[in-house]
Structure formats: C-alpha cells, structure tokens
Design a protein around this ligand. Structure first.
Ligand code: COA
Length: 427
C-alpha cells in the first residue's frame, strides 16, 4: 500500500568530534569487565569533545557540510530549527549562532526545540509542516540535531556518552527519504526517567526506569501506528530506534518481535535473525559514536542509508523516536530513488575515519577542560587560527565567542560572537 509522499529529507550530513575513547579503555580504568560495555551495552567507542567543541560548533559543522555537499542555495533557507537538550544559553538558541556562522539570509526563522532526545523529531515534524504550508513555494528548512551526552564520572551512564550533530535539509523535494505523515502515533507521559537540572552539566538518570518508559512508549506508538495505518510488520524493510546505547535498539526490536508473535498467535522466525536483517545494519555508527541524544535516531538513519544495501531505494523504514520525560513517536519514511546521487554525501564513514583515539587520562583532562569553558573569562586567543573547523574559544563579557573560517571550496563560515552575529547573516 503506497501513498503519495511529497515532503521529507532532501539531504543529510553528519559531524562527529575528532576524538574518541575505546570503551575497553574506560572499562579498564573502572575495573569493569570490558564485555559489559561491548556486549552488555553494545558500544565500542564513544566520542569525546575537545574544549573548543560544543553543540554550536558541531551543529555549524554539520550544517556547513550539508550546504556544501548538497548544493544548497543559502537564500532558499527560510527556517533553521535545532533539536537539542544541551543548549548553551537559556535564551539565545543554537539555531541563531548557526544561522550567523553559515551565513544564511535574514528572511529566516530560527529557534530550538527541546524535549530530551525527541527534540529533533519535533523539529523535523514542524519543518515538514511548514514546507507543506508553502503550497508549492519551494520552502526549505535546515533541521539539526546536536548534543553532548555527558554523565558523572564513574556513573552507570558514563559508558553510554557521546557527541555529534546531524543536519537535514527538509523540503518538498524529498530525495533521500519522504515522510509518510498520514498516520500519527505519539505518546506522552509525565515521568522522571532522565533529566538535567539547569545547575548541572551532567544528566541525571534513573537508568532501569528509563528503559521501562522507553519500551512502554514503544508499545503504545507501535500499536497506534499499525492500527491507524493498516500497515503490517512485514511492510517495513528496516526498523530504526532511538539509540541511547546500541543494546537498547536490540531490546526494542525484541519487544516488537514479542508483540508481533502474540498478535499472530503463531511462531515467528527467530528474533535474533530478524534483528540482524531489520535493525542491526542501522547501528554501526552509533556503536562507534555513543549516545548523541536528539541525533541518535538520525545517526542510525544516516548510517543505514550510507551503507545499507543498494536495493534500499523505495523501501519503507519505521522510525521510533523517544525523548525522556517523556514524549515518543513512531512514523515511517520511504527511501528516495537514485541513492547513488546522495549516498556518498552523508559522510558518516568519512567523519569516523579521521578520528583520534585518546587514553583515559586524556579523556578526563578533556572533559574537565570542556566543562571549564562555560564560565565568563574562559576566552583564549586562538593558538592556531583558521584550522578549518568551527571553534568555541570561550566566554568573554558573558558572550560565547566562536571562530570559523572560509575554506577554498567556498563553504563559507563566519567568525561570530553573540554580539557580532546580531548583524551578520546577509548570506
Ligand atoms: N559481560 C556481558 N554482559 C554483561 C556483563 C559482562 N561481564 N556484565 C553485565 N552485563 C550486561 C547485563 O546483563 C545487562 O544486560 P541486560 O540489560 O540485557 O540485562 C547490561 O550488561 C547492563 O548491565 P547492568 O548491570 O544492568 O548495568 P548498569 O547498572 O551499569 O546500567 C544502564 C545499565 C543502561 C541502566 C545504564 O548504563 C544507564 O543508566 N544508561 C543510560 C540510560 C539512558 O540513556 N536512558 C535514556 C532513556 S532512553
């Protein structure tokens, strides 16, 4: 049963920090069997941010790549929405910094959306609705998921940390994936499973409770989606889930398998074999990067689209988005034609290939220095200006200061402080 889909994602780009740590290195420092992290949680490495990286720099890097690689005309972007739960200011949105750093037109809405790891899905749905309202006027939006997942040193959540950003061009020319928004399956419940008070830089989590909340929300949205769409389990070529750690997607798939077996009342093919086909191909990048909160589901999508089999064109993918607190949504997309035209532009493998692995003392030092960058007076003159990346230089006079540069390829970036950005962006 195929229905008309006229909006969705036209292009995607991924950015991950340059540094990472092997979970075995972390396990050794904690005196824990590495198999707990590798097999019990399903991760291999996690991204580690440098002091000059933050949610703004990651978002700007992902957006810069999106603009450059997907031949985006900056003047056509009428909306930038950033989904994040690690915003850098209580008032000024990340979207505003990104708008200035990549030089977009002033005729543009900019704002952030926040609901834990659901924020980017909320942003995508909003942006898609806005594109449709344009009624053929070629509206285009950039939606970015950007987050740093940070837990207390030595806590159970620490091995699930990560960082990264995904930028998506949303339009009525959905070359990569088209949304099927005919059926809405959402679920909200006021729960305390994961949260971060304003006075903390690290998240609090009731770990086991969060897994229960996640699975309950999955059951509700899955039932609602099948009920309203008339689609069946076998209509999905792949099932993708929010990935706070890779084993969670495994648990989620197994829960759907149980539900489906109960619904059919007959034996299903073994769950593990089905997981290997339907979900595992989406997890390879998450295994390397760790949790990127609002971007985790979209990193899985990017990974699948980049390295999934060539015959993926036209396939229906089921996506489950979950944000603690909680709000969840199940929806589906149809992969666009001509994957050879966009597959290589997503850049997941490329982003991972250039990474540098750090040892445990370096990880601790980097995280300590990163957390020290938030206070006023942390600004430092750049030691090596113009190294090709967007950099966070610190806080001066209560303003965050960013440095960027213009590459020979013309993928323009601007230097920016919160004051300078106010007048920038004439694109
Ligand atoms: N070899 C292989 N597996 C091992 C192991 C070993 N030596 N030791 C433990 N494990 C397995 C456990 O059996 C368990 O698997 P299971 O969940 O399938 O039963 C898994 O590793 C985790 O072990 P556990 O003792 O439960 O870990 P923990 O108390 O350290 O906490 C989390 C695990 C997931 C609860 C914790 O990492 C956390 O809070 N993470 C953040 C949760 C989150 O992101 N929530 C957001 C909402 S989505």
């Amino acid at each position: 049963m195929e229905r008309e889909c006229r909006f969705g994602i036209e292009g995607m780009s991924v950015h991950v920090p340059r540094h990472c740590i092997d979970l075995g290195t972390l396990a050794a420092a904690r005196g824990i069997d590495p198999a707990k992290y590798y097999e019990g949680l399903g991760g291999r490495r996690m991204a580690v941010v440098s002091p000059d990286e933050d949610p703004v720099t990651m978002a700007a890097e992902a957006a810069r790549r999106l603009v450059a690689r997907h031949d985006v005309d900056r003047s056509e972007i009428g909306m930038v929405v950033v989904g994040s739960e690690t915003g850098v200011d209580a008032a000024k949105p990340i979207a505003s910094y990104v708008h200035g750093l990549i030089g977009l037109s002033p005729q543009c809405r900019t704002f952030d959306t926040q609901h834990a790891c659901y924020g980017a899905t909320a942003a995508l749905q909003l942006a898609a609705g806005w594109c449709i309202q344009g009624n053929g006027s070629r509206r285009k939006a950039i939606v970015i998921a950007t987050d740093i997942a940070r837990y207390e040193v030595g806590s159970a959540g620490e091995p699930t940390q990560g960082a990264g950003a995904i930028a998506m061009l949303v339009s009525c020319e959905p070359r990569v994936v088209a949304f099927d928004r005919h059926d809405e399956a959402v679920f909200t419940q006021d729960v305390m499973d994961f949260w971060r008070p304003h006075y903390r830089s690290t998240a609090m989590v009731d770990g086991r409770h969060s897994l229960d909340c996640y699975l309950r929300a999955l059951e509700h949205t899955w039932d609602a989606y099948l009920g309203s769409s008339g689609l069946r389990f076998e209509d999905f070529r792949h099932l993708l889930f929010h990935v706070p750690f890779p084993k969670m997607a495994h648990k989620a798939f197994h829960r759907l398998h149980e539900l489906e077996a109960a619904r059919r009342g007959v034996a299903m093919p073994p769950a593990e074999a089905m997981f290997d086909t339907l979900t595992r191909p989406s997890l390879w990048a998450n295994v390397e990067v760790g949790n990127i909160y609002s971007g985790s589901l979209y990193l899985a999508l990017a990974g699948l689209l980049e390295q999934g089999d060539a015959a993926i064109e036209g396939a229906r993918l089921g996506l489950f988005s979950y944000g603690s607190g909680c709000c969840a949504e199940f929806y589906s997309v149809l992969v666009g034609p001509d994957a050879t035209a966009w597959r290589g532009r997503i850049g997941v493998a490329e982003a991972l290939a250039g990474r540098v692995e750090v040892d445990y003392p370096t990880y601790v030092e980097m995280r300590t220095r990163s957390e020290g960058m938030a206070g006023d007076g942390s600004f430092r003159e750049p030691v090596h200006p113009g190294n090709g990346r967007v950099r966070f230089l610190g806080v001066r006079d209560h303003r965050r200061v960013y440095q960027a540069h213009i590459s020979p390829g013309g993928d323009q970036l601007r230097s920016c402080t919160s004051r300078a950005c106010a007048g920038a962006g004439s694109g």
